[in-house]
Design a protein around this ligand. Structure first.
Ligand code: SF4
Length: 501
């Protein structure tokens, strides 16, 4: 248990996130307790102009961190010097505190993190903003090294991805300006065949809801009508996710797509994606429905092609099912198929990931998204920690490097990048694609380049203002609450979106 003892909580979350990256899986306490192994003590001065931060080990008695650091690691002086801060300037103070804490923790643990003190989920957005300011690749690299202590490989990936994003946004909007007009539409279908072990999304087993899909449909359609009335019939891109939308029975899927194509100009959107993530949800009939209504991109996600792992993580399908459904989709004319993989799944080592990559390469998808396992609070893998305590979770840079090699061998380049909290090894998720097969929606949402209207349980709407400011509103996740409170969900959106279209 790690203690975070602060006399002001303004930057508590930033401190906790960095500690989580150094000590994955540790719990936190916010007051003195006998079982604390280590405490971070932060003191803001009365005039709010300086902030002192100290790491203290507990070994019966408090002792200053300085004396616990091996002599050869005491490379930096002035650890004890309070930082001079303008406490209300958030970005600057946050960076200062995290940099100082990073230096101390690195010295104390002898460990460095690939992304340095950067714990945010959008590292490419930093590089993209600097590119837009006219900075060169070298200047951006220097900045990220100095500001966050990120390692060279991560900086290279970040800048390469940002350059690609800039090209794609420029092509998509016809100019390189970042705050585009218009909006994109997200539709959430919160059902799946079963719940995966690591799932933290809004997802409920379809069987439980099969008798109430009509009510969900009515609420969702009401919300879609509002979105079209408020924002117009012409979204730039459409993404139907969840959950797994193809978990819906084919007649329900048809009604949904019919509603979407009647309410919005789907054919005029740059892309129309429907997640068909779980192979056990895909049938020929459902694929035919997707084709009929002009869906341009689908996702068929193996996560792993190792049967033992598929069984372990609660996906009730085989590796052969993935192959079969993939070829079926190809035969039926889908020419933009994404596949998602996860590195760091329980009990998987380098060779298992290699087997998966070989199998995926043989299929030849158009894009590949490689996730590092993130153990979120709501996931079974976390809530039932004790039951899964003995599972080995391996996520290493070497394995990630192998995924990069395979993606490049398949002719793909990285085009979007994001990170999550609590990731195995504190790494990143990277989207790779063949030329012209990138998903523009992924860039828009990750780099916060355009307003997104989210409809359905668990979806988030995000308004992007011309000056870069961002406001959000969320729909409730619980399906019954969503149905009952649909007018409130619409009202939340109205407040967020009025005067914007
Ligand atoms: S397929 Fe995705 S959304 Fe569905 S249960 Fe698995 S992780 Fe969750």
């Amino acid at each position: 248990m790690i203690g975070i003892l602060l006399n002001d909580n303004g930057y508590e979350q930033d401190i906790r996130e960095l500690l989580m990256a150094f000590f994955p899986g540790e719990g936190f306490a916010y007051e003195e307790a006998p079982d604390l192994s280590l405490c971070v003590v932060g003191r803001l001065s009365k005039d709010r102009k300086s902030f002192a931060i100290q790491v203290v080990f507990r070994g019966g008695e408090h002792c200053c961190f300085r004396s616990t650091i091996p002599a050869e690691r005491r490379e930096l002086d002035h650890f004890d010097e309070p930082l001079s801060v303008d406490y209300d300037n958030r970005p600057e103070t946050k960076n200062k505190i995290k940099r100082r804490l990073y230096v101390i923790l690195k010295a104390v643990t002898g460990k460095s993190l690939p992304w340095g003190s950067l714990t945010g989920i959008r590292p490419a957005k930093i590089a993209l903003t600097l590119l837009e300011e006219g900075k060169t690749q070298e200047e951006i690299a220097d900045y990220m090294k100095e500001m966050y202590f990120a390692d060279d490989e991560k900086i290279r990936l970040c800048v390469e991805t940002a350059r690609r994003e800039r090209q794609l946004l420029s092509r998509f909007f016809g100019c390189p300006e970042k705050h585009a007009e218009g909006y994109s539409l997200y539709v959430g279908i919160p059902f799946c065949p079963t719940t995966c072990l690591y799932c933290s999304f809004t997802s409920y087993p379809i069987e439980k809801w099969i008798g109430h899909l009509k009510e969900y449909r009515a609420a969702l359609f009401h919300e879609l009508d509002y979105a079209a009335e408020q924002a117009g019939r012409h979204p730039s891109s459409i993404y139907v996710g969840g959950g797994t939308p193809t978990s819906l029975p084919s007649d329900e899927l048809r009604l949904l797509l019919e509603k979407l194509t009647h309410t919005f100009d789907c054919a005029g959107a740059a892309e129309f994606t429907v997640e068909a993530g779980r192979p056990d949800s895909i049938t020929k009939e459902k694929l035919a429905v997707l084709r009929q209504y002009g869906v341009t991109r689908i996702s068929i996600n193996p996560q792993t092609m190792n049967q033992k792992t598929l069984d372990l993580i609660g996906r009730q399908h085989t590796a052969e099912d993935v192959q079969e459904r993939f070829w079926l989709a190809r035969e039926m004319g889908f020419d933009n198929i994404n596949m998602d993989l996860i590195v760091g799944l329980p009990q998987e080592e380098r060779e298992d990931v290699k087997r998966t990559l070989e199998a995926v390469k043989a299929l030849g998808p158009d894009s590949l998204t490689v996730h590092s396992l993130a153990i979120k609070r709501a996931a079974r893998l976390n809530t039932m920690r004790e039951a899964y305590r003995d599972y080995k979770i391996v996520g290493t840079q070497e394995i990630l490097d192998m995924t990069v090699r395979y993606a490049r061998e398949m002719g793909m380049e990285p085009y979007y990048l994001y990170r999550q909290k609590n990731m195995a090894g504190n790494f990143e998720n990277v989207g790779y694609a063949l030329p012209d097969k990138e998903c523009i929606y992924n860039i828009l949402i990750m780099e916060e380049q355009q307003t997104i209207i989210g409809c359905g349980a668990g979806s988030t709407s995000k308004r992007v203002y011309p000056d870069g400011r961002i406001e959000r509103c969320e729909n409730v996740k619980d399906v019954s609450s969503f149905i009952e409170r649909i007018d409130e969900m619409i009202e939340r959106k109205r407040k967020l979106l009025e005067y914007s279209f």
